[in-house]
Design a protein around this ligand. Structure first.
Ligand code: ADP
Length: 165
């Protein structure tokens, strides 16, 4: 069965990576798709976000990394994907995720959304938190892959004050 794990991945964290590794054990093929939404502001460009995912997931064989600007279900239909994977951290994620899952089901009845619970050690972790802490020079080494840590440190050293987080 083919699954898709869509997200902003701005940037990928160890919480995302944990979901990717677990999904890759369950499904024969997992598409990691970096979504670009014109109404959202990102810290990293689409290419940078893809590159960081590629670097961090070299050890996982049955994944495909891609990007998409548009409705998730259009990508899902075009690629004959069976399942959408999303991660759940806390109750606060639930309402939005339930709404999206129901809307997607309404638009594309053949596709189901499956939620993987966060590992408890990553339950507080988000891309925004990582950026906030990195911005102020805090230690993020146990929250993101090494390549992402380097990228964030460089970004904030070079552009202090001029970056959207
Ligand atoms: P989006 O803008 O689509 O929410 P994110 O990159 O923030 O994109 O998140 C993508 C998915 O990964 C979401 O389902 C989110 O709940 C999940 N996720 C993010 N961080 C974690 C984490 N620490 N543990 C488990 N799932 C996570």
């Amino acid at each position: 069965m083919k699954a898709i794990y869509p997200g902003s991945f701005d940037p990928i964290t160890l919480g995302h990576l944990d979901i990717i590794e677990r999904a890759a054990k369950i499904f024969s093929e997992v598409y990691i798709v970096v979504m670009e939404n014109k109404r959202k502001k990102y810290t990293f460009s689409l290419d940078e976000r893809i590159e960081m995912i590629k670097e961090s997931t070299k050890h996982i064989k049955n994944i495909k990394i891609d990007c998409f600007k548009g409705l998730l279900i259009d990508y899902v239909k075009k690629n004959n994907i069976d399942v959408v994977i999303r991660g759940l951290r806390a109750v606060t994620d639930f309402e939005y995720e339930l709404q999206m899952a129901m809307a997607n089901k309404e638009m594309c009845p053949n596709v189901d959304t499956i939620f993987l619970m966060t590992d408890k050690k990553f339950s507080f972790l988000s891309s925004s938190l990582v950026k906030e802490v990195a911005y102020f020079g805090g230690d993020i080494s146990s929250w993101v892959p090494k390549n992402v840590e380097k990228k964030l440190i460089t970004l904030f050293n070079e552009n202090k004050g001029g970056v959207d987080i």
